[in-house]
Design a protein around this ligand. Structure first.
Ligand SMILES: NC(=O)c1ccc[n+]([C@@H]2O[C@H](COP(=O)([O-])OP(=O)(O)OC[C@H]3O[C@@H](n4cnc5c(N)ncnc54)[C@H](OP(=O)(O)O)[C@@H]3O)[C@@H](O)[C@H]2O)c1
Length: 271
């Protein structure tokens, strides 16, 4: 591996925003460690990026207890990690009471436990080296309660709060920590959620390439929170200045009317 190139670990690199992150980092002179469960997709991406960088494939399930530790062990054999992109995540649409138990566990384990454990594993090296960067992917839904996506929005609120605290704890240590909070983005996750019923969804839809580039820029510019897209920023900022009960109530009305118009809209089980 070229000693001059920094190394970035990207989780959830097999599709969507993570795949776009891999391309952005490769174009900006990074070598990569690509992590997700689908090895064929990761290998295909590594081959595509071969003219630009060395891309190592680490195929594993981060929601499993030893997933983050296995990723860290694999990365330690490749080289010191400059950047950690915690992007892997899973979503579920539907009322919490009807959410299958295994989906609850997967979401808690992937969106929160794996993300915090990878930070815990990679951060000490970065602190010792007095340099490094961590980007955690949250969401605009992390700023408010979202009935119909109760656990998902709570998991993204966790990511946002955790990342903000980490950014302050590591201030002046040479490490940059950023929470990327995309709105609707055209990926497999959104295909599964079935947003065709959501009014204005197409208007709000971002492309994963734009979101990943915004994340790259925010991280390197030392921003702690980046919301890609003017419309998303406007909605989050407007909601910020409203009473919390009002935002919660409006979200509840939207969820009930969507459910009444499209009963049975839940995330399909792909496992
Ligand atoms: N799309 C949106 O509208 C949107 C908006 C805000 C935030 N986000 C966030 O953006 C991030 C990326 O999502 P996306 O929209 O790009 O969706 P996506 O295309 O479905 O990508 C999700 C990625 O996570 C990986 N992943 C899922 N479960 C995993 C597991 N147990 N272990 C390891 N990797 C796993 C998937 O790969 P494998 O299936 O190969 O494991 C895939 O690479 C997520 O954190 C999501 O919450 C998305």
């Amino acid at each position: 591996m070229s000693p001059t190139k920094p190394l970035a670990v990207i989780t959830g690199a097999s599709s969507g925003i993570g795949r776009a992150f891999a391309k952005v980092f490769a174009q900006h002179g990074f070598n990569l460690i690509l992590c997700a469960r689908r090895e064929d997709k990761l290998t295909e991406l590594a081959t595509e990026l071969a003219p630009l960088c060395e891309a190592h494939v680490v195929a594993l399930d981060l929601s499993k207890r030893k997933g983050p530790q296995k990723l860290f062990a694999a990365a330690s054999e490749i080289g010191p990690v400059d950047t950690l992109i915690n992007n892997a995540g899973t979503a579920y649409q539907g009322r919490f009471a009807s959410m299958p138990r295994e989906r609850i566990q997967d979401m808690v384990h992937l969106n929160m436990r794996a993300l915090s454990e990878t930070c815990a594993l990679f951060l000490p090296q970065m602190l010792a080296a007095k340099k490094g960067k961590i980007l955690n992917v949250s969401s605009v839904v992390g700023f408010q309660a979202v009935p119909g996506m109760a656990l998902y929005s709570a998991s993204k609120a966790f990511v946002l709060s955790f990342t903000e605290s980490l950014a302050e704890e590591t201030r002046c240590s040479g490490i940059k920590v950023c929470a990327l909070c995309p709105g609707l983005t055209d990926t497999e996750m959104v295909d599964d959620l079935g947003t065709e019923h959501v009014p204005g969804a197409q208007l709000m839809m971002s492309q994963p390439e734009d979101v990943a580039l915004q994340g790259y820029n925010a991280l390197h510019q030392g921003e702690v929170i980046r919301i890609p897209g003017i419309l998303n920023q406007a909605v989050v900022n407007w909601a910020h200045y409203q009473p919390r009960w009002l935002i919660r109530m409006l979200a509840g009305i939207a969820e009930r009317s969507n459910l009444a118009a499209h009963p049975g809209t839940v995330t399909p089980d792909k496992s």
